[in-house]
Design a protein around this ligand. Structure first.
Ligand SMILES: Cc1cc2nc3c(=O)[nH]c(=O)nc-3n(C[C@H](O)[C@H](O)[C@H](O)COP(=O)(O)O)c2cc1C
Length: 183
């Protein structure tokens, strides 16, 4: 697969088959993704990788957290959904106190995620970047082991696709050539 095909054919995958992506593959793809551009080489990222066993706790945490907010009893642990991902990766980023550098770091981390998604797609591995409100909650940070001075910028669901969604059409390119006319 060449780069053009990878860019055009990649889809956000939300339904996975039961095959497990080897940890070595995830690590290899993450290591390659690190070649993203990064202003001042802050390299603000680290990754928390959850396998299927960890995901039972992860989904239980979500359900228990919801129940707690509604003042309800803690629900029982449930087995994973049939089409659960092979892994979920939390992307953890240092919070740069300089707002400009924080934005630069966020952009660099987005580039890293796209590198990872394209590399994964080339190996027929699907990825979706999810940003539920949960990722900003202190309880979730404690659950994941996210430290003071760090934030979670997203969760990547990863696995071999069960369903590949249709392409979502893009709007027409908006481009301005040159400077606005002064007249
Ligand atoms: C920063 C970011 C956050 C996203 N958050 C979610 C999310 O919370 N849930 C979800 O299902 N998809 C999420 N997506 C995936 C988008 O919905 C998806 O990229 C978009 O629909 C286009 O589809 P495609 O990636 O298959 O081209 C997110 C994507 C990005 C870049």
């Amino acid at each position: 697969m060449n780069l053009l095909n990878a860019i055009q054919e990649r889809r956000s995958v939300r339904s996975f088959n039961k095959e497990t992506v080897p940890n070595e593959t995830i690590e290899r793809l993450l290591e390659l993704a690190l070649y993203a551009p990064n202003h001042k080489m802050t390299q603000p990222w680290r990754f928390v990788v959850l396998n299927r066993e960890d995901q039972v706790e992860f989904f239980h945490f979500i359900q228990a957290n919801k129940a707690r907010k509604k003042g309800e009893e803690e629900p029982e642990r449930k087995p994973l959904a049939e089409d659960a991902p092979s892994h979920i990766i939390a992307i953890v980023m240092n919070v740069n106190e300089n707002d400009k550098l924080h934005r630069d770091d966020f952009a660099a981390t987005g580039s890293l995620v796209q590198n990872f998604s394209l590399l994964a797609w080339e190996e027929e591995i699907g990825v979706v970047w999810k940003t539920p409100g949960l990722i900003h909650e202190p309880e979730f940070h404690e659950f994941l082991g996210v430290n003071e001075g760090e934030e979670v910028i997203g969760l990547l669901w990863i696995g071999y696709p069960e369903v590949v969604p249709e392409i979502k059409p893009r709007e027409t390119l908006k481009v301005q050539y040159g400077l606005p006319s002064k007249s």
